[in-house]
Design a protein around this ligand. Structure first.
Ligand code: ADP
Ligand code: GLC
Length: 495
């Protein structure tokens, strides 16, 4: 099958979070199953500046906000990657410093509505353009798989075209819904009939994520548990009604992880490679010492806790910040935190690091390398998210034997088995699931973990069970294939 992935990020070209990982790993997994999966991204400055070779396939005009843009369609020429990547190059929209969504000062780009409406239009046009290419380059997408609000309008624009590919839309995070005003709606020349609660109108504006839900042949989210949760008011972010009305069209398919990039046996970033069968505890110790040395923490044989992620409310940073002083006073742990995000969290963490310089290291910023070293060098990984559609970091932690401490929500529930008397007995335990999503429960789970840490045989057993989990993409890629096949014969909403 020919599948075109439309997204605002894809590793290794551009990544701010798990979306980038998935848009790299799922097409690669489909490719291995014999499909031809390709990716289309905006041609951000940071991609073009990486020095990737590109070839121009052609140019087209696309409607923007009260203007028309000329776009160049580029193809990345990268022999290292199996998957073909197309770039939509419109310099006035994507050639900027900063990340895809915010400028270098963390301020949301004011023209994000236009940037992603135009990108979605461009992707729809691309599905007509690619089949016409000459010289053996013609390619006919049978399914377009769009991801998150930035590409929510792709199926909507495709619904206006004859003989369009089938459409699948995946929600990676319902908290970001691409909500914009009526003014933007008209400036962007969106079809007047879409301004209706049956289509994309949503609470005094319009939602690009809602377009993905309403217009696609099938809708998925990234774990079965989150699929259930977001049909309720607590987690639905006002979409619970729309989502519930989708019936069988909506399902949860658990993300996998890239087992080659996240592989302790071959990881080039870590001091000592290991498997659960070979060199396990000695390598974990060596990697811990290496991490402590790199981060300037005191090099003692103490339990080390890690965190990697966006510093935003979703990730439960408040809980971590609030327990740190008590944790340092009452236990001997050290902690390494890697992340970037909201300024007030960054400032609070830096202040705590000043107070506990030997025990707490904060790296503000983005570092692929340190992320791997934290997974390899930590004993425990903190992920007390308030909600978590799937979560990849807890899976990286399982694979690296850094036992995750998680809240009982979303994909965390689907991937971590709590240590209990029974789960230790039957050797299914893989981590620690908190009783509730509050600071007290986080402290309780950490102290359970530290108790188990003292019992080295049991501790090693849980690490081995964690590392033995099947976390790859194989079965989920199969589930997506099944869905693509059935969507090709699906019935689509048109307006
Ligand atoms: P989310 O997509 O909500 O941010 P996930 O757990 O699904 O959460 O994925 C986060 C991904 O981003 C992981 O690959 C993680 O290692 C990476 N990541 C997040 N912040 C950083 C950072 N500061 N440095 C390096 N990698 C990071
Ligand atoms: C989102 C979610 C995260 C998920 C990732 C990839 O950013 O917050 O839970 O793992 O997308 O699907």
């Amino acid at each position: 099958m020919n599948i075109l992935f439309a997204a605002s990020e894809a590793f290794p070209y551009i990544k701010t979070g798990g979306l980038g990982d998935v848009v790299h790993a799922l097409p690669a997994a489909l490719q291995k199953l014999g499909d031809d999966a390709r990716i289309v991204l905006p041609a951000y400055r940071s991609i073009l500046e990486q020095g990737v070779n590109v070839v121009e396939l052609g140019t087209l005009d696309v409607q923007g906000a009260n203007t028309r843009h000329k776009m160049r369609i580029l193809q990345v020429d990268d022999k290292k990657q199996d998957v073909v990547v197309y770039l939509i190059d419109i310099p006035s929209l994507y050639d900027r410093a900063g990340n895809p969504y915010v400028d270098a000062n963390g301020i949301v780009w004011p023209d994000n509505a236009e940037r992603y409406v135009v990108f979605s239009r461009a992707v729809a046009l691309l599905t007509k353009f690619l089949p016409g290419l000459k010289g053996g380059k013609a390619w006919v997408p049978e399914v377009v798989h769009s991801n998150d609000w930035q590409t929510g309008l792709v199926p909507a624009f495709l619904s206006k075209m004859g003989n369009a590919p089938a459409t699948v839309f995946t929600i990676h995070n319902l908290a970001y819904d691409g909500h914009f005003s009526y003014d933007e709606f008209t400036r962007l020349s969106l079809p007047a009939e879409w301004w209706s609660p049956d289509y994309i109108e949503f609470y005094d504006g319009f939602s690009m994520l809602k377009a993905g839900l309403v217009f696609s042949d099938a809708v998925t989210t990234v774990s079965p548990n989150y699929a259930k949760e977001i049909c309720t008011e607590k987690y639905g972010n006002r979409f619970e009604g729309v989502l519930s009305s989708l019936g069988d069209k909506f399902s949860g398919i658990l993300n996998g992880i890239d087992l080659e990039i996240w592989n302790p046996e071959t990881d080039p970033y870590i001091k000592q490679n290991y498997t659960y069968e070979n060199n396990l505890m000695a390598a974990k110790r060596a990697n811990k010492m290496d991490l402590l040395e790199r981060t300037g923490l005191s090099k003692k044989q103490v339990p080390v806790l890690g965190f990697v992620g966006r510093l935003v409310e979703q990730k439960g940073i408040d809980l971590i910040i609030s327990i740190l002083p008590e944790l340092f006073e009452k236990t001997d742990v050290s902690i390494v935190i890697l992340g970037a995000g909201q300024e007030h969290y960054e400032a609070q963490l830096i202040q705590l690091m000043d107070e506990w310089p030997d025990r707490l290291h904060i790296h503000i910023g983005y570092s692929e390398e340190l992320a791997h070293q934290i997974e390899a060098g930590c004993d425990l990984f903190l992920m007390p998210s308030m909600f978590e559609p799937c979560g990849l970091n807890q899976m990286y932690s399982l694979r690296y034997g850094a036992l995750p401490i998680v809240t009982n929500t979303g994909g965390l529930t689907d991937t971590v088995v709590n240590v209990t008397f029974a789960s230790l007995q039957d050797q299914t335990a893989t981590g620690f699931v908190m009783e509730a999503d509050d600071a007290g429960s986080l402290l309780v789970s950490i102290s359970h973990a530290l108790e188990l840490y003292k019992q080295s045989a049991l501790w090693e057993q849980v690490i081995i069970s964690a590392m033995m989990q099947d976390l790859g993409w194989d079965s989920s890629a199969q589930a997506y294939r099944k869905l693509y096949k059935s969507s090709r014969s699906g019935t689509r909403k048109t307006a």
